[in-house]
Ligand binder design. Structure first.
Ligand SMILES: *Cc1c(COP(=O)(O)O)cnc(C)c1O
Length: 416
């Protein structure tokens, strides 16, 4: 183990922080305990100061002060914030993204709409390492609509490859209605090849639905550039929108009228306040809304999204790569010699903004880390997931967190 010989490990984390162009963004967040090493911003991002102020203002000035009159401007919020996110961070065009409901609900609605649009095809393609809620929703849809799931069984670290998807499409010629995957895998952080898989699915006549929960606010997506059909994701992870913040859905412009919103609610109705007979969807992405949005949550989400838009997705991506490269260098120097293996891709271009490290006693180590004021999360059976949020995680956090892990796991890191 030659810690001294590896410049990325001997690099002083304070020097890396001093050279970080996004370092000042940390001051825009509420961080009551600076000694807590928080490595879980990919499960629940820290609160932006402006989100806290905004929620207070919406409650006192708008809710208390304007009362029902608030809806004059609240009604526009799902689309306004959808554009801020879609155009600002996801590479969508205007009027292709709205904020509404939860990721699970939005995923159900878009998967359901995709199946309705391909009534004569039986197969849904997804992978066994996909996020549980996506798999459960698909199992229910397949059962209720007499479809079948063609499961991919990908490499647990690298995730589904273009070849995996191609082989499954070829095994069900003309019979795949929907291909749906996570863009960034929640466990290993593997980035799926969104452009190539989207093109393959289109060649086979299928629709594609991407779950962007771990990509939004951490890696560029390019929805319009790559011709993606459908996407969903949550705003409480890298977008710092707050616990249970509302999710978003994306429907490509030309599909908005072709596909049908399976929940015909009054917020999707043209001339909503005529309260007329019969559902007539409003044109555009607004037709994909369903019911009354929660304005306190939406206000917090808007401020969370705005911080990432201001930082810029390319700068965020560059910092995410630097943080994960640093974490992997520390893993190799301090953790690999004591029995850890890396549970994330080594190629930075194929890796999102978290890193999983694996050892059989990961559950117990996670508990001891939390006692030592280092918060990662545990993913059964053997992974400790280190979420590195580009706007709030410092290089000093990474060094301290991994040094404490190495110490707890049985070794004194030389540079720790
Ligand atoms: C976090 C996450 C979700 C969460 O769904 P909720 O409806 O917000 O509970 C869904 N999909 C993926 C891929 C996630 O990472």
């Amino acid at each position: 183990m030659s810690i001294e010989a590896d410049p990325s490990v001997t690099a002083d984390p304070a020097a890396l922080d001093a050279a970080d162009p996004l370092a000042s963004f940390r001051r825009r967040f509420v961080i009551p305990d600076p000694d807590l090493v928080y490595l879980d911003g990919n499960s629940l991002g820290r609160p932006p100061l402006r989100a806290i102020e905004r929620v207070a203002r919406v409650a006192t000035e708008e809710w208390a002060g304007q009362l029902i009159r608030g809806w004059d401007h609240w009604l526009e919020a799902p689309r306004r914030v959808g554009d801020l996110l879609g155009v600002g961070l996801l590479g969508a065009r205007r009027d292709e993204v709205v904020i509404c409901d939860s990721t699970t609900i939005d995923f159900f609605r878009l998967a359901s709409a995709a199946l309705d649009a391909r009534p004569n095809r039986r197969c849904i393609v997804t992978d066994r390492a996909n996020f549980p809620t996506d798999r459960y929703v698909l199992e229910g849809l397949a059962r209720d609509r007499d479809r079948e799931i063609a499961w991919l069984d990908p490499d647990p670290i690298d995730g589904p490859s273009v070849d995996d998807v191609g082989a499954t499409l070829a095994a069900h010629p003309g019979d795949v209605a929907l291909v749906t995957l996570s863009h960034v895998n929640y466990r290993s952080a593997a980035i799926a090849d969104l452009p190539a898989i989207t093109a393959l699915a289109h060649d086979a006549g299928a629709l594609v639905l991407w779950d962007l929960s771990h990509s939004a606010g951490s890696v560029p997506v390019g929805l319009a550039e790559h011709g993606v059909d459908l996407a969903v994701g949550c705003t409480y992870k890298y977008l710092n929108g707050g616990p249970g913040a509302p999710a978003y859905l994306y429907v490509r412009a030309d599909l908005q009228a072709e596909l049908r919103n399976p929940i015909q609610g009054w917020f999707g109705q043209a001339e909503q306040f005529e309260m007329g007979q019969g559902f007539r969807p409003t044109a555009g992405i607004g037709g994909w809304l369903t019911g009354t949005p929660g304005m306190l949550g939406l206000a917090a989400a808007e401020e969370g999204i705005r911080v990432s838009v201001e930082a810029g997705i390319d700068a965020i991506r560059a910092k995410g790569i630097a943080l994960t490269e640093y974490a992997i260098a520390l893993h190799d120097a301090w953790l690999a010699p004591i029995g850890f293996t890396l549970g994330s891709p080594r190629d930075a271009g194929r890796r999102g903004s978290h890193v999983s490290v694996r050892r059989a006693d990961a559950r117990d180590l996670t508990r001891r880390l939390i006692e030592a004021a280092v918060i990662p999360d545990f993913r059964a059976p053997d992974s400790i997931r280190l979420g590195l949020s580009p706007l709030t995680t410092s290089f000093a956090d990474v060094a301290r967190g991994i040094a404490i892990l190495a110490r707890l796991a049985g070794s004194e890191p030389a540079a720790g």
